[in-house]
Design a protein around this ligand. Structure first.
Ligand SMILES: CC(C)(COP(=O)(O)OP(=O)(O)OC[C@H]1O[C@@H](n2cnc3c(N)ncnc32)[C@H](O)[C@@H]1OP(=O)(O)O)[C@@H](O)C(=O)NCCC(=O)NCCS
Length: 189
């Protein structure tokens, strides 16, 4: 029944006002300007930034939303990390999501949500086990992110525990995960 309803909704949906796709090198300036506007100059002081600095995003997981003219109006990137170690001492590969930002002129149109769902789908399709992030739980819980999965993990710097959230893409992936988040992605050339 749900599938039928979805196809009916899709059939009657108005023309989309944005599209989601992979970020390209030509998008970098627009993305950085968007992040400066959306998050302010302090964005580079965040603990998450320590994990991103000097690294490239996880393969296939730098996404943008574009308006009908092709301008970048939203961005999200995910990064390879080790989310502490398992009870038997093995590093746990996972992803850190962020930053997510939508141009203020386009907020409240479902673009952030669409970008989140696209990122989660792509990460799952690529076989990743879990996604972590630091953000407002009131926003991210709707996508399945909760703080209970990170309770024995720490960021490499100050963070609010109630904002340190995770979504398991494979059941039990973060079971017993403990320790510090460290970057494990490819370094920038
Ligand atoms: C947060 C952000 C990504 C949301 O993007 P968006 O495209 O406006 O989001 P959507 O249209 O998919 O969803 C809008 C809904 O999310 C809610 N929402 C937005 N930000 C929220 C927050 N921080 N906490 C709780 N709810 C939030 C809105 O109230 C709205 O609720 P409704 O559907 O009940 O009306 C965007 O506002 C943004 O870029 N903000 C500045 C950068 C930022 O703070 N990024 C990190 C987020 S912690």
């Amino acid at each position: 029944m749900a599938a039928v309803l979805d196809s009916v909704r899709a059939f009657f949906a108005p023309n989309p006002t944005f599209t989601i796709g992979a970020e390209t090198p030509a998008d970098v300036v627009a993305r950085e300007n968007l992040l400066d506007r959306a998050m302010g100059p302090d964005r580079r002081l965040k603990s998450s930034e320590k994990i991103r600095r000097g690294r490239v995003p996880a393969e296939g997981l730098a996404l943008v939303a574009r308006d009908t003219a092709g301008h970048v109006i939203a961005t999200v990137r995910l990064w390879n990390i080790e989310a502490g170690i398992s009870p038997d001492g093995q590093p746990i590969e996972a992803l850190l999501l962020g930053p997510l930002a939508v141009d203020s002129a386009h907020e409240g149109k479902g673009i952030g949500g669409a970008l989140m769902r696209a990122a989660v789908t792509e990460a799952r399709g690529r076989g990743h086990g879990a996604i972590l992030l630091v953000g407002d739980s009131a926003y991210y819980e709707r996508f399945g992110f909760f703080a209970d999965k990170t309770r024995h993990l720490v960021m490499p710097g100050p963070f609010e525990r109630s904002r340190f959230l995770a979504l398991e893409l494979k059941a039990g992936w973060l079971e017993g995960a403990a320790g510090m988040i460290v970057p494990s992605g490819r370094k920038l050339a």
